[in-house]
Design a protein around this ligand. Structure first.
Ligand SMILES: [Mg+2]
Length: 189
């Protein structure tokens, strides 16, 4: 489903653009009612590694922004997350993909941390580290409305990735494009 009149191709995405990627449900499969606490529990969504190779070849920067409240809840710790991320990056790099940086928010939802999506703190951190980032030339790709709100606040292009398009029909102003998954999005560029 493409909501806007323009197609993604009309955006003329090049190396001056940044891709912000959600992790859970986009790069790796969601665990129902649980958090991915170790590498054994981390399973790539089919096609996502190849999609990252394609996308990171198109965008200037590819950045992951991920809420990880399993840490704030004490179910896992930052070392567990670091280990998952270093192994994930290795797989991605082995397939010639590139992630410039991963930002995560360990806080539980109730704390309403500025870093936790839909708040924009992780994006501001990224722009501080990579000053060439222009949010008007950025895409957020995620599988929740929280990701879309994050992008909306920053005036990014918002790409909703889900098999369930009823969700984005309920929030038409928050979703610019929607695709089944990262692979389908990557083919569309
Ligand atoms: Mg997600």
């Amino acid at each position: 489903m493409k909501k806007l009149k323009l197609s993604l191709k009309n955006l003329n995405i090049d190396k001056s653009w940044t891709l912000f990627l959600d992790r859970d449900g986009v790069i790796n499969k969601l665990l129902p009612d649980d958090y991915v606490k170790n590498w054994d529990e981390f399973k790539f969504v089919g096609g996502s590694i190849d999609a990252i190779k394609t996308l990171s070849g198109i965008f200037g920067r590819t950045i992951i922004v991920t809420n990880q409240q399993g840490i704030g809840k004490g179910i896992m710790n930052e070392n567990d997350l670091d280990d998952i991320h270093s192994k994930m990056l290795k797989e991605i790099e082995n397939n010639n993909g590139k992630i410039d940086k991963i930002y995560f928010c360990p806080s539980i939802a109730e704390e309403n941390s500025f870093l936790r999506k839909p708040n924009v703190g992780m994006a501001l951190k990224a722009r501080k580290e990579f000053p060439e980032i222009n949010f008007r030339k950025s895409i957020i790709a995620g599988d929740t409305i929280s990701d879309m709100k994050f992008g909306f606040k920053l005036k990014m292009i918002k790409v909703f990735l889900s098999e369930n398009i009823d969700i984005c029909r309920a929030y038409p102003q928050l979703v610019d494009f929607s695709f089944k998954d990262l692979k389908e999005f990557s083919i569309e560029l």
